[in-house]
Design a protein around this ligand. Sequence first.
Ligand code: NAI
Length: 398
Amino acid sequence: MRIEPLIQGMVARSAHPYGCQQAVLQQIHYVKSAPSISQGPKRVLILGASSGFGLAARIALTFGGADADTIGVSLERGPSNKGVGSAGFYNNHFFKQYAEQAGRVAININGDVFSKNIRDQVVEAIETYFEGEVDLVIYSIASGMRRKGDSEEFWHSVIKPIGDSVTGATVSLENDQWLDTTLPPASEQEIADTLKVMGGEDWENWIDTLINYDSLAQGCKTIAFSYVGSELTHPIYLDGTLGRAKVDLHQTSHALNLKLANYDGNAYAAVCKALVTKASVFIPAFTPYMLALYRVMKQKGTHEGCIEQMQRLFSDKLYTGKPVPVDSERLVRVDQWELDPDTQAQVQDLVHQMNASNFIELGDYQGFKQEFLRLNGFGFAEIDYQQDVDLSPFMDHI
Ligand code: NAI
Protein backbone atom coordinates (compact mmCIF):
# COMPACT_ATOMS: atom_id res chain seq x y z
CA MET A 1 0.00 0.00 0.00
CA ARG A 2 0.99 3.59 -0.56
CA ILE A 3 1.07 5.66 2.62
CA GLU A 4 0.09 9.30 2.46
CA PRO A 5 -0.17 11.94 5.16
CA LEU A 6 -3.57 11.96 6.79
CA ILE A 7 -4.18 14.84 9.17
CA GLN A 8 -7.35 15.32 11.20
CA GLY A 9 -7.37 18.72 12.90
CA MET A 10 -4.05 18.62 14.75
CA VAL A 11 -3.65 14.85 14.80
CA ALA A 12 -1.74 12.71 12.30
CA ARG A 13 -3.70 9.61 11.39
CA SER A 14 -0.96 7.99 9.33
CA ALA A 15 2.79 7.53 9.53
CA HIS A 16 5.39 6.41 7.04
CA PRO A 17 7.72 3.71 8.46
CA TYR A 18 10.71 4.57 6.30
CA GLY A 19 10.23 8.30 6.78
CA CYS A 20 10.34 7.66 10.54
CA GLN A 21 13.51 5.67 9.95
CA GLN A 22 14.97 8.73 8.18
CA ALA A 23 13.97 10.96 11.08
CA VAL A 24 15.76 8.67 13.54
CA LEU A 25 18.79 8.38 11.27
CA GLN A 26 19.14 12.12 10.79
CA GLN A 27 19.03 12.66 14.54
CA ILE A 28 21.74 10.01 14.97
CA HIS A 29 23.89 11.77 12.37
CA TYR A 30 23.42 15.10 14.12
CA VAL A 31 24.51 13.91 17.57
CA LYS A 32 27.55 12.14 16.16
CA SER A 33 28.82 15.46 14.82
CA ALA A 34 27.78 17.62 17.79
CA PRO A 35 29.82 18.35 20.94
CA SER A 36 30.04 15.00 22.70
CA ILE A 37 28.45 13.92 26.00
CA SER A 38 31.70 13.02 27.66
CA GLN A 39 30.76 11.86 31.16
CA GLY A 40 27.30 10.55 30.47
CA PRO A 41 25.22 7.82 32.09
CA LYS A 42 25.47 4.22 30.89
CA ARG A 43 22.09 2.76 31.87
CA VAL A 44 19.12 4.99 31.17
CA LEU A 45 15.38 4.58 31.63
CA ILE A 46 13.27 6.87 29.44
CA LEU A 47 9.58 7.19 30.17
CA GLY A 48 8.05 8.63 26.98
CA ALA A 49 10.84 7.44 24.68
CA SER A 50 9.15 7.23 21.29
CA SER A 51 8.92 10.82 20.12
CA GLY A 52 9.73 14.47 20.83
CA PHE A 53 12.15 15.16 23.67
CA GLY A 54 12.18 11.58 24.98
CA LEU A 55 13.26 10.08 21.65
CA ALA A 56 15.81 12.84 21.13
CA ALA A 57 17.23 12.22 24.63
CA ARG A 58 17.48 8.51 23.89
CA ILE A 59 19.30 9.12 20.62
CA ALA A 60 21.62 11.71 22.20
CA LEU A 61 22.59 9.41 25.07
CA THR A 62 23.12 6.37 22.86
CA PHE A 63 24.90 7.94 19.90
CA GLY A 64 26.07 11.36 21.12
CA GLY A 65 29.05 10.25 23.17
CA ALA A 66 27.70 8.49 26.28
CA ASP A 67 27.17 5.09 24.59
CA ALA A 68 24.25 4.46 26.91
CA ASP A 69 22.06 1.37 26.99
CA THR A 70 18.40 2.29 27.26
CA ILE A 71 15.01 1.01 28.31
CA GLY A 72 12.26 3.07 26.68
CA VAL A 73 8.61 3.12 27.68
CA SER A 74 5.93 4.51 25.39
CA LEU A 75 2.35 4.03 24.32
CA GLU A 76 2.26 3.44 20.59
CA ARG A 77 0.29 1.49 18.03
CA GLY A 78 1.77 -0.98 15.59
CA PRO A 79 0.27 -1.66 12.17
CA SER A 80 -2.95 -3.68 12.10
CA ASN A 81 -6.01 -4.04 9.96
CA LYS A 82 -7.23 -0.83 11.61
CA GLY A 83 -4.36 1.36 10.43
CA VAL A 84 -0.70 1.77 9.61
CA GLY A 85 0.32 2.41 13.22
CA SER A 86 1.80 5.45 14.92
CA ALA A 87 5.06 7.23 14.15
CA GLY A 88 6.36 6.46 17.64
CA PHE A 89 6.03 2.75 16.94
CA TYR A 90 8.34 3.03 13.93
CA ASN A 91 10.70 5.37 15.76
CA ASN A 92 11.04 2.69 18.47
CA HIS A 93 11.55 -0.02 15.89
CA PHE A 94 14.32 1.76 14.01
CA PHE A 95 15.98 3.22 17.08
CA LYS A 96 16.33 -0.30 18.46
CA GLN A 97 17.70 -1.59 15.18
CA TYR A 98 20.38 1.12 14.97
CA ALA A 99 21.27 0.91 18.65
CA GLU A 100 21.71 -2.86 18.45
CA GLN A 101 23.84 -2.50 15.32
CA ALA A 102 26.05 -0.21 17.40
CA GLY A 103 26.29 -2.88 20.11
CA ARG A 104 23.98 -1.16 22.55
CA VAL A 105 21.08 -2.59 24.55
CA ALA A 106 17.77 -0.99 23.55
CA ILE A 107 14.64 -2.39 25.16
CA ASN A 108 11.23 -1.08 24.09
CA ILE A 109 8.33 -1.51 26.48
CA ASN A 110 4.95 -0.57 25.06
CA GLY A 111 2.13 0.19 27.48
CA ASP A 112 0.60 2.62 29.92
CA VAL A 113 3.27 4.38 31.97
CA PHE A 114 0.75 4.98 34.75
CA SER A 115 0.01 1.26 35.22
CA LYS A 116 1.49 -1.17 37.73
CA ASN A 117 2.00 -3.74 35.00
CA ILE A 118 4.45 -1.48 33.14
CA ARG A 119 6.28 -0.62 36.36
CA ASP A 120 6.74 -4.36 36.97
CA GLN A 121 7.99 -4.90 33.43
CA VAL A 122 10.48 -2.05 33.77
CA VAL A 123 11.82 -3.30 37.11
CA GLU A 124 12.26 -6.73 35.55
CA ALA A 125 14.03 -5.27 32.52
CA ILE A 126 16.39 -3.30 34.79
CA GLU A 127 17.21 -6.57 36.58
CA THR A 128 17.74 -8.46 33.35
CA TYR A 129 19.60 -5.94 31.22
CA PHE A 130 21.10 -3.37 33.60
CA GLU A 131 22.30 -5.61 36.43
CA GLY A 132 19.58 -4.14 38.61
CA GLU A 133 20.41 -0.41 38.49
CA VAL A 134 19.84 2.71 36.41
CA ASP A 135 22.04 5.83 36.25
CA LEU A 136 19.45 8.19 34.81
CA VAL A 137 15.64 8.28 34.70
CA ILE A 138 14.06 10.64 32.17
CA TYR A 139 10.39 11.48 32.55
CA SER A 140 9.12 12.78 29.20
CA ILE A 141 5.45 11.90 29.20
CA ALA A 142 2.90 14.13 27.47
CA SER A 143 -0.54 12.65 27.88
CA GLY A 144 -4.13 13.75 27.74
CA MET A 145 -5.26 11.25 30.34
CA ARG A 146 -4.28 9.01 33.21
CA ARG A 147 -6.10 5.92 34.39
CA LYS A 148 -7.24 6.05 38.02
CA GLY A 149 -5.47 3.00 39.48
CA ASP A 150 -6.80 -0.19 37.93
CA SER A 151 -10.28 1.25 37.40
CA GLU A 152 -12.01 2.12 34.17
CA GLU A 153 -11.99 5.79 35.13
CA PHE A 154 -9.55 8.45 33.97
CA TRP A 155 -8.30 11.88 34.87
CA HIS A 156 -8.24 14.08 31.77
CA SER A 157 -5.89 17.00 31.34
CA VAL A 158 -7.24 20.17 29.76
CA ILE A 159 -5.34 23.10 28.27
CA LYS A 160 -7.15 26.16 29.55
CA PRO A 161 -6.37 29.47 31.22
CA ILE A 162 -7.03 29.99 34.90
CA GLY A 163 -9.17 32.89 36.11
CA ASP A 164 -9.95 34.73 32.86
CA SER A 165 -10.70 33.47 29.39
CA VAL A 166 -8.03 33.81 26.72
CA THR A 167 -8.53 34.70 23.07
CA GLY A 168 -6.04 33.65 20.45
CA ALA A 169 -5.71 31.71 17.24
CA THR A 170 -4.98 28.14 16.32
CA VAL A 171 -4.03 27.06 12.82
CA SER A 172 -5.56 23.80 11.67
CA LEU A 173 -2.86 21.64 10.13
CA GLU A 174 -5.56 19.71 8.31
CA ASN A 175 -6.64 22.58 6.05
CA ASP A 176 -4.14 25.36 6.85
CA GLN A 177 -6.89 27.48 8.33
CA TRP A 178 -6.54 30.17 10.96
CA LEU A 179 -9.18 29.66 13.64
CA ASP A 180 -9.87 32.37 16.17
CA THR A 181 -10.48 30.76 19.53
CA THR A 182 -11.66 31.88 22.93
CA LEU A 183 -10.81 29.55 25.74
CA PRO A 184 -12.91 29.73 28.87
CA PRO A 185 -11.14 29.49 32.22
CA ALA A 186 -10.74 26.03 33.70
CA SER A 187 -12.85 24.84 36.61
CA GLU A 188 -11.19 23.82 39.89
CA GLN A 189 -11.82 20.19 38.96
CA GLU A 190 -10.12 20.61 35.59
CA ILE A 191 -7.12 22.26 37.23
CA ALA A 192 -6.83 19.40 39.72
CA ASP A 193 -7.25 16.73 37.02
CA THR A 194 -4.59 18.31 34.78
CA LEU A 195 -2.22 18.28 37.73
CA LYS A 196 -2.85 14.54 38.15
CA VAL A 197 -2.00 13.85 34.50
CA MET A 198 0.83 16.32 33.80
CA GLY A 199 2.10 17.23 37.29
CA GLY A 200 4.87 15.52 39.21
CA GLU A 201 2.96 12.76 41.03
CA ASP A 202 3.60 9.96 38.58
CA TRP A 203 7.27 10.93 38.20
CA GLU A 204 7.62 10.70 41.98
CA ASN A 205 5.76 7.37 42.03
CA TRP A 206 8.24 6.01 39.51
CA ILE A 207 11.25 7.11 41.52
CA ASP A 208 9.67 5.69 44.71
CA THR A 209 9.13 2.38 42.94
CA LEU A 210 12.74 2.29 41.78
CA ILE A 211 13.96 3.16 45.29
CA ASN A 212 11.81 0.37 46.73
CA TYR A 213 13.31 -2.15 44.33
CA ASP A 214 16.81 -0.85 45.00
CA SER A 215 17.12 -0.01 41.29
CA LEU A 216 18.90 3.36 41.55
CA ALA A 217 22.66 3.40 41.09
CA GLN A 218 24.97 5.57 43.12
CA GLY A 219 24.99 9.05 41.54
CA CYS A 220 21.66 8.43 39.77
CA LYS A 221 20.00 11.50 38.25
CA THR A 222 16.43 12.07 37.17
CA ILE A 223 15.01 14.80 34.94
CA ALA A 224 11.62 15.85 33.63
CA PHE A 225 10.88 18.47 31.02
CA SER A 226 9.12 21.73 31.53
CA TYR A 227 8.14 24.85 29.65
CA VAL A 228 8.01 28.40 30.94
CA GLY A 229 7.81 30.68 27.88
CA SER A 230 7.41 34.44 27.85
CA GLU A 231 4.72 36.99 28.67
CA LEU A 232 3.27 36.28 25.24
CA THR A 233 2.47 32.70 26.18
CA HIS A 234 1.91 32.99 29.92
CA PRO A 235 -1.89 33.49 29.74
CA ILE A 236 -2.39 30.15 27.95
CA TYR A 237 0.59 28.26 29.34
CA LEU A 238 2.38 29.23 32.53
CA ASP A 239 -0.63 30.92 34.12
CA GLY A 240 -2.97 28.19 32.90
CA THR A 241 -3.65 24.56 33.73
CA LEU A 242 -0.49 23.21 32.11
CA GLY A 243 1.65 25.80 33.89
CA ARG A 244 0.08 24.79 37.20
CA ALA A 245 1.06 21.19 36.44
CA LYS A 246 4.60 22.29 35.52
CA VAL A 247 4.98 24.22 38.79
CA ASP A 248 3.97 21.00 40.54
CA LEU A 249 6.62 19.19 38.48
CA HIS A 250 9.22 21.75 39.59
CA GLN A 251 8.26 21.19 43.22
CA THR A 252 8.48 17.45 42.69
CA SER A 253 12.02 17.89 41.37
CA HIS A 254 12.98 19.45 44.72
CA ALA A 255 11.36 16.62 46.69
CA LEU A 256 13.08 14.02 44.51
CA ASN A 257 16.38 15.83 44.83
CA LEU A 258 16.21 15.26 48.60
CA LYS A 259 15.40 11.58 48.11
CA LEU A 260 18.24 11.11 45.61
CA ALA A 261 20.71 12.77 47.98
CA ASN A 262 20.85 9.32 49.64
CA TYR A 263 22.39 8.07 46.41
CA ASP A 264 24.61 11.06 45.84
CA GLY A 265 22.23 11.82 42.99
CA ASN A 266 20.09 14.71 41.80
CA ALA A 267 16.68 15.51 40.34
CA TYR A 268 16.04 18.37 37.99
CA ALA A 269 13.31 19.91 35.89
CA ALA A 270 14.82 21.05 32.58
CA VAL A 271 13.07 23.94 30.87
CA CYS A 272 13.08 23.48 27.09
CA LYS A 273 12.12 25.68 24.19
CA ALA A 274 8.78 25.58 22.38
CA LEU A 275 8.92 23.02 19.59
CA VAL A 276 6.59 21.25 17.23
CA THR A 277 5.79 17.83 18.67
CA LYS A 278 2.77 15.55 18.65
CA ALA A 279 1.84 17.03 22.03
CA SER A 280 2.58 20.73 21.53
CA VAL A 281 0.56 21.32 18.34
CA PHE A 282 -2.47 20.61 20.48
CA ILE A 283 -2.04 23.70 22.62
CA PRO A 284 -4.80 26.08 21.56
CA ALA A 285 -3.99 29.76 20.93
CA PHE A 286 -0.29 28.90 20.81
CA THR A 287 0.32 28.56 17.06
CA PRO A 288 0.89 32.26 16.15
CA TYR A 289 3.60 32.43 18.79
CA MET A 290 5.25 29.28 17.39
CA LEU A 291 5.08 30.56 13.82
CA ALA A 292 6.69 33.84 14.82
CA LEU A 293 9.26 32.17 17.07
CA TYR A 294 10.34 29.76 14.33
CA ARG A 295 10.65 32.65 11.86
CA VAL A 296 12.74 34.81 14.19
CA MET A 297 14.98 32.11 15.64
CA LYS A 298 15.74 30.68 12.20
CA GLN A 299 16.62 34.16 10.95
CA LYS A 300 18.91 34.69 13.92
CA GLY A 301 20.47 31.23 13.55
CA THR A 302 19.41 30.25 17.08
CA HIS A 303 16.67 27.75 16.19
CA GLU A 304 17.06 24.27 17.66
CA GLY A 305 14.98 21.11 17.38
CA CYS A 306 14.44 18.48 20.08
CA ILE A 307 17.69 16.73 19.19
CA GLU A 308 19.84 19.87 19.43
CA GLN A 309 18.19 20.73 22.74
CA MET A 310 18.81 17.29 24.23
CA GLN A 311 22.40 16.97 23.04
CA ARG A 312 23.13 20.39 24.53
CA LEU A 313 21.32 19.57 27.77
CA PHE A 314 23.45 16.49 28.38
CA SER A 315 26.79 17.64 26.98
CA ASP A 316 26.72 21.18 28.29
CA LYS A 317 24.58 21.11 31.45
CA LEU A 318 24.01 17.73 33.06
CA TYR A 319 27.18 15.72 32.40
CA THR A 320 30.15 18.04 32.40
CA GLY A 321 31.87 16.94 35.59
CA LYS A 322 31.05 20.37 37.02
CA PRO A 323 28.06 21.42 39.14
CA VAL A 324 24.87 21.51 37.05
CA PRO A 325 24.01 25.16 36.30
CA VAL A 326 20.55 26.09 37.58
CA ASP A 327 18.53 29.31 37.90
CA SER A 328 17.18 30.85 41.09
CA GLU A 329 14.37 28.27 41.15
CA ARG A 330 16.83 25.40 40.65
CA LEU A 331 15.65 24.83 37.08
CA VAL A 332 18.06 23.78 34.33
CA ARG A 333 17.47 26.16 31.42
CA VAL A 334 17.96 25.34 27.74
CA ASP A 335 15.38 27.92 26.67
CA GLN A 336 17.65 31.00 26.90
CA TRP A 337 17.70 31.65 23.16
CA GLU A 338 13.90 31.55 22.95
CA LEU A 339 13.72 34.07 25.78
CA ASP A 340 16.45 36.35 24.45
CA PRO A 341 14.94 39.89 24.76
CA ASP A 342 15.55 40.85 21.14
CA THR A 343 14.04 37.55 19.93
CA GLN A 344 10.97 38.11 22.08
CA ALA A 345 10.59 41.72 20.90
CA GLN A 346 10.61 40.60 17.27
CA VAL A 347 8.25 37.71 18.00
CA GLN A 348 5.85 40.07 19.76
CA ASP A 349 5.91 42.39 16.77
CA LEU A 350 5.09 39.57 14.39
CA VAL A 351 2.39 38.08 16.59
CA HIS A 352 0.64 41.44 16.80
CA GLN A 353 0.65 41.83 13.01
CA MET A 354 -0.38 38.25 12.28
CA ASN A 355 -3.91 37.43 11.13
CA ALA A 356 -5.90 34.96 9.08
CA SER A 357 -4.74 36.38 5.76
CA ASN A 358 -1.01 36.86 6.40
CA PHE A 359 0.13 34.14 8.85
CA ILE A 360 1.64 32.01 6.07
CA GLU A 361 3.95 34.82 4.91
CA LEU A 362 4.64 36.48 8.27
CA GLY A 363 5.20 33.35 10.30
CA ASP A 364 7.19 30.25 9.43
CA TYR A 365 4.07 28.24 8.65
CA GLN A 366 5.86 26.17 6.04
CA GLY A 367 8.59 25.23 8.50
CA PHE A 368 6.01 24.49 11.19
CA LYS A 369 3.95 22.22 8.95
CA GLN A 370 6.99 20.55 7.46
CA GLU A 371 8.24 19.70 10.93
CA PHE A 372 4.85 18.25 11.83
CA LEU A 373 4.82 16.12 8.68
CA ARG A 374 8.37 14.94 9.35
CA LEU A 375 7.36 13.86 12.86
CA ASN A 376 5.16 11.38 11.07
CA GLY A 377 7.68 10.32 8.46
CA PHE A 378 6.57 12.57 5.59
CA GLY A 379 8.46 15.14 3.55
CA PHE A 380 11.85 13.41 3.39
CA ALA A 381 13.61 13.78 0.04
CA GLU A 382 15.23 10.36 0.59
CA ILE A 383 11.87 8.56 0.50
CA ASP A 384 9.87 7.76 -2.61
CA TYR A 385 6.35 8.18 -1.33
CA GLN A 386 4.89 6.70 -4.52
CA GLN A 387 6.30 3.28 -3.59
CA ASP A 388 4.06 0.70 -1.97
CA VAL A 389 5.04 -0.11 1.60
CA ASP A 390 4.86 -3.66 2.91
CA LEU A 391 3.94 -3.45 6.60
CA SER A 392 4.27 -7.16 7.30
CA PRO A 393 7.88 -6.89 8.58
CA PHE A 394 6.57 -4.63 11.35
CA MET A 395 3.74 -6.86 12.50
CA ASP A 396 4.28 -8.55 15.90
CA HIS A 397 7.24 -6.30 16.58
CA ILE A 398 7.87 -3.63 19.16
P1 NAI B 1 5.50 13.83 22.56
O1 NAI B 1 4.04 13.71 22.35
O2 NAI B 1 6.38 13.93 21.38
O3 NAI B 1 6.02 12.58 23.44
C1 NAI B 1 5.26 12.06 24.50
C2 NAI B 1 5.73 10.68 24.86
O4 NAI B 1 4.91 10.19 25.94
C3 NAI B 1 5.60 9.64 23.73
O5 NAI B 1 6.71 8.78 23.77
C4 NAI B 1 4.35 8.87 24.10
O6 NAI B 1 4.31 7.52 23.61
C5 NAI B 1 4.48 8.86 25.61
N1 NAI B 1 3.21 8.62 26.31
C6 NAI B 1 2.09 9.39 26.33
N2 NAI B 1 1.14 8.82 27.12
C7 NAI B 1 1.69 7.66 27.59
C8 NAI B 1 1.21 6.63 28.43
N3 NAI B 1 0.00 6.68 29.00
N4 NAI B 1 2.03 5.58 28.69
C9 NAI B 1 3.27 5.50 28.13
N5 NAI B 1 3.77 6.47 27.34
C10 NAI B 1 2.98 7.53 27.08
O7 NAI B 1 5.68 15.06 23.55
P2 NAI B 1 6.88 16.08 23.91
O8 NAI B 1 6.52 17.40 23.37
O9 NAI B 1 8.19 15.47 23.62
O10 NAI B 1 6.67 16.19 25.49
C11 NAI B 1 7.49 15.56 26.45
C12 NAI B 1 7.62 16.48 27.65
O11 NAI B 1 8.31 17.66 27.26
C13 NAI B 1 6.28 16.93 28.23
O12 NAI B 1 6.36 16.95 29.63
C14 NAI B 1 6.14 18.34 27.69
O13 NAI B 1 5.32 19.15 28.51
C15 NAI B 1 7.58 18.79 27.74
N6 NAI B 1 7.91 19.96 26.92
C16 NAI B 1 7.50 20.06 25.61
C17 NAI B 1 7.78 21.21 24.88
C18 NAI B 1 7.36 21.33 23.44
O14 NAI B 1 7.38 22.45 22.93
N7 NAI B 1 7.03 20.28 22.77
C19 NAI B 1 8.53 22.32 25.46
C20 NAI B 1 8.98 22.09 26.81
C21 NAI B 1 8.65 20.95 27.50
